[in-house]
Ligand binder design. Structure first.
Ligand SMILES: NC(=O)c1ccc[n+]([C@@H]2O[C@H](COP(=O)([O-])OP(=O)(O)OC[C@H]3O[C@@H](n4cnc5c(N)ncnc54)[C@H](O)[C@@H]3O)[C@@H](O)[C@H]2O)c1
Length: 287
């Protein structure tokens, strides 16, 4: 059993929308953090994102100028999988159970038996991911929200085999990262993604039925109090990720019609229009 003070190094797998933000949060709170990706371009983009975010934090007086190089120095970018070593591993690769299991079982094999393996999955049961590993008691969900450096909530998910102390330690770790963790059950979509699914699915349906334009739907929901309308939010999340999350939830609930994925969203995925990350989604971000 590890204690919070014994957690010094983290390794984040996947340097996409979420992984780079999680690595920044970890480094900002004093942890040495390895950020791994198979794609060098994502690592380069992550380094630029983290530097840019920290520069703005200095300008806004959130951190001092002296802190910036210290934080930057704590992140090590790598595409060498043998570098994925840490007290806690946080996985943030695409929402695909087989891929997550494969990558995590390889990572488990090169780490010490008391390394905690956390997944940032949005919907895949932790029990399912853990079942493919040798030490399922060390596997837990640590679900950050987008953008990870700004959003407070972290869902901490215990699978069937997760040791209680592992979930508690991840809860404490999230608090140390200045987040507001909550324990949630290992149900598909946990709490937030399950509750939020109709926000996306119904909006997509209205647009498919030509009930309103995407701009009008966004404007109406924003004027009713939502910070971002569903289409702007899908562009921020990544349309392909949001689509995978919906498909995963739909299947986990045995094709429950209210979670049925959208053809309109499928078309965007087929076209490679994933949102901000590709410069085009429901809106255009091309300069
Ligand atoms: N985007 C969101 O708003 C959001 C929010 C919370 C949770 N999540 C979850 O976080 C996870 C990652 O989502 P994302 O939006 O960051 O995805 P993303 O597509 O932006 O990034 C995924 C990264 O994983 C890398 N990758 C692919 N295969 C890999 C492998 N075998 N080893 C290492 N890296 C690999 C890709 O190169 C990419 O950089 C998913 O499970 C998703 O459901 C996403």
């Amino acid at each position: 059993m590890k204690t919070l003070d014994e957690i010094r190094s983290l390794a984040v797998i996947g340097a996409g929308v979420m992984g780079r933000g999680i690595a920044l949060v970890a480094a900002r709170d004093g942890f040495n953090c390895i950020l791994f990706d198979i794609n060098q371009k994502m690592l380069d983009e992550s380094a630029a994102y983290i530097e840019d975010f920290l520069k703005k934090s200095v300008e806004r007086g959130k951190i001092s100028e002296a802190e910036m190089p210290e934080i930057l120095g704590r992140v090590k970018y790598t595409s060498n999988s043998t570098d994925i070593i840490g007290d806690v591993i946080i996985e943030a690769i695409p929402e695909n159970p087989d891929l997550k299991q494969k990558v995590l079982s390889e990572v488990e094999a090169i780490n010490s038996p008391d390394t905690i393996i956390a997944s940032n999955t949005s919907t895949i049961p932790i029990t399912r991911i853990a079942a493919g590993l040798k030490r399922p008691e060390m596997v837990v969900g640590m679900h950050f929200f987008n953008p990870a450096p700004l959003m407070q909530l972290v869902e901490v998910i215990s699978g069937e085999m997760t040791a209680d102390w592992v979930a508690q330690l991840i809860y404490d770790l999230a608090q140390k990262m200045h987040k507001k963790p909550v324990f949630v059950k290992d149900e598909p979509g946990f709490i937030v993604n399950r509750v939020a699914r109709p926000f996306y699915v119904e909006s997509l349906r209205i647009a498919e039925e030509n009930g309103a334009s995407i701009e009008a739907i966004d404007r109406l929901l924003e004027s009713s109090g939502f910070r971002m309308g569903p289409f702007k939010l899908m562009d921020l999340i990544g349309i392909e990720t949001n689509h995978e999350v919906t498909k995963s939830l739909f299947n986990a609930f045995f094709q429950e019609p209210r979670f049925r994925p959208s053809r309109l969203q499928q078309k965007k995925v087929d076209a490679g229009q994933f949102g901000r990350k590709t410069g085009r989604g429901f809106y255009s971000y091309e300069k």
